[in-house]
Design a binder for this molecule. Structure first.
Ligand SMILES: *[C@@H]1O[C@H](CO)[C@@H](O)[C@H](O)[C@H]1NC(C)=O
Ligand SMILES: *[C@@H]1O[C@H](CO)[C@@H](O)[C@H](O)[C@H]1NC(C)=O
Length: 104
């Protein structure tokens, strides 16, 4: 539950941050690094995240729960992953993210 609340909180700041600090850095590679850092913040169990291959940036759009549009991550659905831990503040750098689901 803490995890979900943190995610919601950070997503509120996405627009504000993306319009200033990180503008030139945004790309799918940026999204990849953000998701890798998110994965590192999750506590086990992580078997649902085995498709999150941190050595293959170009595979990010085929990772479980990740939806891309025009080569950017636009949706993150972690509903069925049974994740614990905290979400990195990095999630705010997913500037094209419009849908974030973490629990049913
Ligand atoms: C992850 O990606 C690397 C580089 O493409 C590849 O060599 C490796 O087999 C992949 N690992 C998994 C578990 O898919
Ligand atoms: C967000 O993702 C969830 C889970 O995939 C889906 O049920 C929901 O319809 C999506 N919402 C929007 C606004 O796309």
């Amino acid at each position: 539950m803490v995890f979900c609340i943190l995610l919601s909180l950070f997503s509120l700041f996405t627009d504000a941050i993306s319009s200033s600090v990180y503008v030139s850095a945004f790309s799918l590679v940026n999204d990849f690094h953000v998701l890798v850092s998110l994965k590192q913040g999750f506590l086990s169990p992580k078997p649902a995240l085995t498709s999150w291959n941190s050595s293959n940036p170009s595979s990010v759009c085929s990772w479980a729960g990740v939806l891309c549009s025009q080569d950017r991550v636009v949706s993150l659905d972690l509903t069925d992953f049974d994740l614990g831990g905290s979400a990195s503040a990095q999630v705010s750098r997913l500037d094209m993210l419009t849908n974030l689901s973490c629990r049913k």
